[in-house]
Design a protein around this ligand. Structure first.
Ligand SMILES: Cc1ncc(COP(=O)(O)O)c(C=O)c1O
Length: 369
């Protein structure tokens, strides 16, 4: 049969979706399992957002506000930028897609890093464009290595900061140096999906580049700290010329109305934000202490998840943890077959994960390769 799709699409492997929890429970004959696999907010959505969404439900027959007027203005005020610098998307994933579709022309390339968010390469490939990927160094972005790969075809650079799945950051000075010789017309996208969890003093403020001569796009999301992953809403901040081009490409009603009212309310929910950050800080401290007690190597993180180097088959440990009703993320797909990625949960979930991991790793005959 005549080939229906391009080679790029033929070669794509769909993003591996986690199975619904109910399905896993049925398959494994377990109940009351916990999911620490998708870096969601264990405290749930912002209660203010939930209330606002409930109040709005009866208006779901109207199309959403295609310009996200109120949300854009509130975000602009909060971030101290202009509303014209902001583009809203159906999750920040959609902004990644818009960036690729709008700016990456035939013959141009994206530059990414190995062991970073898999969606960058999926979207670039699906668009029929090319990327080059640079290995990390010690599970951190090798920006010096990436600088060497920048060439006249480089149009989009994706930097995930903090990085999923490693949890590590690119520091202010490293980013500044990298940007200093980024050629004119190349766009550096800094994905800050976990921005609100990062507390390292060296973590850069990418909004300071907005009025400079380099093209920097900052991506943020309501999926993580605000707990609105299911609603799909995220945003990009960039020079208004860049926003303007993406506005031409996006669908007219790309952000649904419940997501808009939910996000607007979540932005005012300082209590939920604080609680989330505090739960994460305490949870991480506990989990890291337990890693040390078990003699397990882990990667210090600036996010709400972390990597554990089990030094044995991570996929097997993942399966054994499933049987204990704990869902984590195996990492073989990221080239880290001995690792698992675990999202910080509520205190009781973290405890349950630790006791399941102990059982899986230290019961004789368990989880061997
Ligand atoms: C690095 C990174 N960027 C973006 C996203 C997606 O965010 P959104 O839910 O806003 O599409 C995620 C979600 O896992 C992520 O880890």
């Amino acid at each position: 049969m005549k080939r229906l799709v391009s080679k790029n699409i033929e070669e794509l492997i769909p993003y591996p979706p986690g199975k619904p929890i109910e399905e896993l429970e049925r398959e494994y004959g377990i109940k009351g399992s916990i999911k620490l696999a998708s870096n969601e907010n264990p405290l749930g959505s912002s209660p203010r957002a939930v209330k606002a969404i409930r109040n709005y439900l009866s208006r779901a027959h109207f199309y959403p506000d295609g310009s996200c007027y109120y949300l854009k203005r509130r975000l602009a005020e909060k971030l101290r930028v202009n509303a014209e610098n902001i583009i809203l998307g159906n999750g920040s994933n959609e902004i990644i897609e818009l960036l690729v579709r709008t700016f990456l022309r035939v013959g141009e390339e994206a530059l990414i890093s190995d062991t970073s968010f898999v969606v960058y390469r999926l979207i670039v490939k699906a668009a029929g464009r090319k990327f080059s990927s640079v290995p990390m160094k010690g599970l951190r972005y090798d920006l010096k290595g990436m600088r060497k790969k920048v060439n006249a075809r480089t149009k989009l650079v994706f930097i995930d900061n903090p990085n999923n799945p490693t949890g590590t950051i690119v520091r202010r000075k490293e980013l500044r140096e990298f940007l200093s010789d980024l050629p004119e017309g190349a766009i550096c996208v800094v994905d800050e999906a976990y921005y609100e969890f990062a507390n390292d003093r060296q973590y850069p403020n990418t909004l300071t580049y907005l009025n400079g001569d380099k093209l920097v796009v900052t991506l943020r999301t309501f999926s993580k700290v605000y707990g609105l992953a299911g609603l799909r809403i995220g945003y990009g901040v960039a020079k208004k010329e860049l926003v303007n081009y993406m506005e031409r490409v996006r669908q007219p009603f790309n952000v649904n109305s419940l997501a808009q009212v939910g996000a607007l309310a979540a932005l005012e929910d300082k209590e939920h934000l604080k609680k989330t950050q505090e739960n994460n800080r305490r949870g991480l401290a506990y989990l890291c202490r337990e890693m040390e007690r078990m003699g397990l190597e882990y990667v210090p993180t600036q996010t709400n998840f972390f990597l554990i180097n089990l030094k044995r088959n991570g996929a097997k440990v993942y399966q054994d943890l499933l049987r204990e009703g704990v869902i984590v993320r195996p990492m073989a797909g990221y080239g880290l077959p001995q690792y698992i990625r675990v999202t910080v949960g509520l205190p009781e979930q973290n405890k349950r994960f630790i006791s399941a991991l102990r059982k899986v790793l230290f019961t004789p005959g368990n989880s061997r390769d």
